[in-house]
Ligand binder design. Structure first.
Ligand code: DLL
Length: 430
């Protein structure tokens, strides 16, 4: 099913032509309207007329999250404040938030892209969409909310948390699809299990859209298994509208990124040099249609690769492979580079393990992994626990080359956050 068949299946040559036209228009606009870019262009002796082909995007400067913070709150606006309609912010780990403005056209366009995403997974106006993302300054809930309304779903603006109420809404309004972070989805599956609810039999759930934080194929499998639903990976970032940037189709083999709206590059995060399709690197995106706040070559810090193969669904927009982490969330433990996703893959693929974990770094490079046992995982025999603990430590050593201390804790005892999960606690005194 397609929301906009013509644009979603546009042949590659025409799509690239459209990208070039929009890139040139964007560069011309920021050169006129945004002093930050004007100065960057003049330092690089670059004129908009130098962008004659898509490959010339490499001549443009990168934009980083530090640039967004430095120009907070309105420094990167390309329209007058009277032409903005909505503000979202995104807080990183430190300092000032990033302010993201939307014009009327940007708001409509973001909803349009979300509508494409939802319809791509088979959502129709008959669906009941329970939005379990946080409403507010975070883009996660509002942007998809309007996308789902555009499709014609009944939208329930539930927000996250209060699982009892979520369940009640699902029961009373026969929710069919929901939008949720992977960490809350795992927690919610646990909650249903504890309440003795069999989601397959008692609820009408069919699909979930899971995003806003990195998660593994194993986590997807666990959520699908527990709830008897299809789970689709949903990717986005506030700087590029929020959700709806890239989304899986029914084949669930990578996320189509809407290339009529975003120009995608993969670069080597160390050198900044572009990498060919298929190679893992940092995702860099240029907005092609944003009116209020266009961004050139924005360094997302997300690590992924592009799959250029044609997709069985017929869409011509290339796919991003699952995000494996962020270039800035790499941990260095005893000199070894480790991504938290590697640890998650091992934990979620081990039977007997529950759905929540934290990675704690202590003292002089000690790594402690606290992980919940599955609800039905402990039969009272201590030697079984010890065996499980040893198995996890061995599997982790094989994956990350460092042997952590593994602590098994009872189900539902680790902290849960309503927004993005905090998986790493670094208390090292190095
Ligand atoms: O998280 C937008 C969003 C909301 C996307 C809801 C999907 C669903 P930010 O708060 O700006 O925006 O965070 C963006 O979250 O750069 C990634 O590091 C991470 N992220 C988002 N979706 C995924 C995903 C929203 N599906 C940052 N897989 C991004 C992995 C994701 N990481």
């Amino acid at each position: 099913m397609f929301w906009d068949h013509a644009i979603e299946t546009l042949d590659r040559a025409s799509l690239r032509q459209l990208q070039l036209k929009r890139l040139q228009a964007t560069v011309r606009r920021v050169a006129r309207k945004v002093s930050f870019y004007r100065e960057q262009f003049s330092q690089a002796r670059l004129r908009p007329s130098h962008i004659g082909a898509l490959a010339d995007v490499r001549r443009l400067p990168f934009t980083t999250s530090a640039d967004l913070r430095a120009n907070y709150p309105t420094g990167l606006l390309a329209v007058g404040l009277e032409d903005t309609l909505r503000l979202h912010t995104s807080s990183g780990t430190t300092g000032k938030p990033k302010a993201l403005f939307f014009s009327r056209q940007d708001v409509a366009n973001a909803a349009e892209l979300c509508a494409r995403c939802l319809v791509m997974t088979g959502v129709t106006r008959r669906d009941v969409f329970q939005n379990m993302m946080t409403y507010g300054l975070f883009t996660g809930a509002l942007v998809t909310h309007y996308g789902a309304e555009k499709v014609g779903c009944l939208v329930i603006p539930a927000g996250p948390g209060n699982s009892e109420r979520q369940l009640l809404l699902m029961q009373d309004f026969r929710t069919t699809v929901f939008h949720i972070t992977p960490s809350y989805a795992l927690y919610f599956a646990d909650f249903l299990e504890k309440r003795g609810i069999n989601a397959r039999r008692e609820l009408a759930l069919r699909k979930a859209f899971v995003g806003a934080e990195p998660h593994t194929e194993e986590t997807r499998g666990k959520i699908e298994q527990a709830l008897g639903i299809e789970v689709y990976n949903s990717y986005g970032l506030s700087e590029m509208n929020g959700p709806g940037v890239a989304f899986e189709c029914e084949h669930k083999q990578g996320m189509h990124v809407w290339e009529d709206n975003f120009l995608v590059e993969i670069i080597d995060p160390q050198t900044g040099e572009p990498l060919p399709d298929g190679e893992m690197g940092e995702l860099v995106m240029t907005t092609l249609r944003r009116e209020a706040m266009p961004l050139l070559r924005y360094r997302t810090r997300d690590i992924t690769s592009v799959n250029p193969e044609p997709c069985a669904c017929g869409r011509t927009h290339r796919r991003l492979n699952r995000i494996t982490g962020r270039s800035d969330d790499m941990l260095i433990v005893r000199g070894v580079n480790i991504y938290p996703q590697q640890i998650e893959r091992v934990l979620m693929g081990t039977p007997g393990i529950g759905r929540n974990y934290v990675i704690q770094l202590e003292g002089l490079d000690e790594m402690i992994i606290k992980v919940e046992l599955a609800e039905a995982g402990f039969d009272g025999q201590v030697e079984h626990l010890v065996r499980l603990q040893t198995k996890i430590a061995e599997r982790l050593r094989a994956e990350i080359l460092v042997k952590p201390q593994v602590e098994l804790v009872p189900p539902a005892t680790l902290p849960v956050s309503e927004g993005k999960a905090k998986r790493v606690i670094d208390n090292r005194k190095l």
